[in-house]
Design a protein around this ligand. Structure first.
Ligand code: ZN
Length: 136
């Protein structure tokens, strides 16, 4: 039997997700689980802190394994933002399916198996310094 905890923590998307949270400008990241209540499954909570002019702002993502919690937090932080490169509204693809619609309207952050990182759908199409690594 596969332990869901081991499966989730071995997944490179977990590290890529934490790195993605760091790219949103978070000043701290916290993840923990709660298994105290025998009537509900163990659940995980990931929290990011961002500094704002009004003081610290915390954002939360939760799930039944660490990867789900981190992906929910990525969604909460990325969805509804604005890409600083292409200036489109940003969206996070936490299901890793690769959206086939809305691509023109939104800047999607999708997992790149080769780079083992979440990349912008506009990457390589804008004049950002990062686009120099992409020969498209
Ligand atoms: Zn973009």
């Amino acid at each position: 039997m596969v332990d869901p905890y081991d499966e989730a923590t071995d997944d490179p998307k977990l590290i890529a997700g934490v790195e993605m949270i760091g790219r949103t400008g978070s000043v701290s990241f916290h993840i923990s689980y709660d298994d105290r209540d025998e009537h509900v499954p163990t659940f995980w909570v990931a929290i990011a802190e961002h500094g704002t002019s009004k003081g610290p702002h915390h954002t939360l993502g939760a799930g039944f394994d660490p990867l789900s919690a981190v992906m929910k937090l990525c969604s909460a932080l990325v969805d509804g933002g604005r890409c600083r490169y292409c200036h489109k509204p940003t969206a996070f693809d936490e299901d890793f399916t690769g959206p086939d619609f809305g691509e023109q309207l939104l800047c999607w952050y999708k997992y790149d198996e080769t780079k083992k990182s979440f990349v912008r759908s506009c990457e390589g199409t804008t004049g950002s310094p990062e686009s120099k690594t992409n020969d498209n």
